[in-house]
Design a protein around this ligand. Structure first.
Ligand code: FMN
Length: 358
């Protein structure tokens, strides 16, 4: 496990260890998308991570995908996040905000004006979302115009600037799991016939434009990018995964971003290909190689040994174990995560997972 505890210093990121907390939506923000003191406590408890990546955070009103998720598009939201970054920094931690525009995975019930969600093409996800009125179908989104696309890029830029103002060390652009950037990438959700659809080079255009614009605004060393090759979450489907992600990563490479974050779905050979195409730091959220349900510290240490990644992210292990590094050093035991309290609720299943008994 030694490799997991080595500091990382690549001229952009300075991490005290290679254990990264993967982004996790917890749906505990209050009205107007503001995080609370409880959120500050939750992240500060996990400040021993080399890097914390926050829950998906909407860059604009129309970017919201779930109820009770936080935003980074108003002064009040920025102010609320400042308490979180301050608490993490006070404990010596690092924290990036994940900027997530949900695109078609939104709903009129989430927006004050009740308008339709936006997407690259008018194709519904085929999935449902949880609302205060129960489970509702995602509607067919409104096809984005070129002006809508330019505006969405600008929203990412504005939110990234807000993240810096809120004290974050950087932002992660959410290009995974079937949200807006991923919707542009995949031919299942993107049937556009203009410069943003059709060929692989056209489908990667939106994600690359967002990355370039945000990097220019806050500095590339403060920007990470997350992908999930082969993931069909939220109704997306890819017919050309290896070609698509090789092209995307090759186009992102010259931007000099802080890191590429790969959420693996079992395509280990593609991870190796992307590793070769990416000149910078790579964070891997490993898929279990052994047939286990969930990857563990052994899988992470092995990936580092192989040179497949520079740092390893876990989600559920961090959710349930605020003192994860200490537990890994001790060889466990690990608390079990409670899925019933993943999304929404109070401190239970959020800030009350016990520390290792001394
Ligand atoms: C409760 C929960 C919320 C999640 N929310 C997000 C999110 O907001 N953004 C994201 O990129 N991934 C999200 N994920 C995916 C995780 O980051 C991670 O990729 C996945 O859980 C697999 O890693 P693990 O086996 O270590 O849990 C979420 C996962 C969980 C369990």
């Amino acid at each position: 496990m030694k490799g997991l505890f080595e500091p990382l210093s690549d001229g952009k990121l300075e991490l005290s260890n290679r254990l990264v907390m993967a982004p996790m939506t917890r749906s505990r923000a209050v009205e107007d998308g503001k995080v609370t003191e409880l959120t500050a406590e939750y992240y500060a408890q996990r400040a021993s991570a080399g890097l914390i990546i926050t829950e998906g955070t909407q860059p604009s009103v129309r970017g919201q995908g779930y109820i009770w998720t936080p935003g980074l598009h108003s002064d009040g939201q920025v102010e609320a996040w400042r308490a979180v970054t301050g608490a993490v920094h006070a404990k010596g931690g690092r924290i990036f905000a994940q900027l997530m525009h949900a695109g078609r995975v939104g709903h009129p019930a989430l927006y004050p004006d009740g308008a339709l969600p936006l997407g690259p093409s008018p194709i519904a996800s085929g999935e449902q979302l949880f609302t205060l009125d129960g489970m509702l179908d995602h509607p067919e989104p409104r096809e984005m115009t070129l002006d809508d696309i330019a505006q969405a890029v600008q929203e990412f830029v504005d939110a990234a600037r807000n993240a810096v103002a809120a004290g974050f060390d950087g932002v992660e652009l959410h290009g995974a799991n079937g949200y807006l950037i991923h919707q542009f990438l995949t031919d299942g959700s993107n049937r556009r016939t203009d410069a943003y659809g059709g060929t692989v080079q056209n489908r990667i255009r939106f994600g690359v434009e967002v990355a370039r614009a945000v990097a220019e605004a806050i500095g590339p060393e403060h920007v990470g990018f997350r992908v999930s090759p082969g993931n069909d979450a939220n109704g997306v489907s890819e017919s050309d995964t290896p070609e698509l992600y090789t092209a995307l990563v090759t186009a992102l490479a010259p931007l000099g971003l802080a890191y590429l974050h790969i959420m693996e779905t079992g395509l280990r050979d593609l991870t190796r290909t992307l590793r070769a195409a990416w000149p910078g730091t790579l964070i891997l959220n490993p898929h279990p190689v052994s047939g286990d349900i969930q990857a563990g510290p052994e899988d992470g240490a092995e990936a580092l040994r192989e040179g497949l990644a520079d740092a390893i992210s876990f989600a559920r292990l961090w959710l349930a174990n605020p003192d994860l590094p200490e537990r890994i050093r001790a060889g466990g035991p690990y608390n079990e995560p409670d899925p019933a309290s993943f999304y929404g609720g109070d401190h239970r299943g959020y800030t009350d997972y016990p520390l290792l008994a001394v």
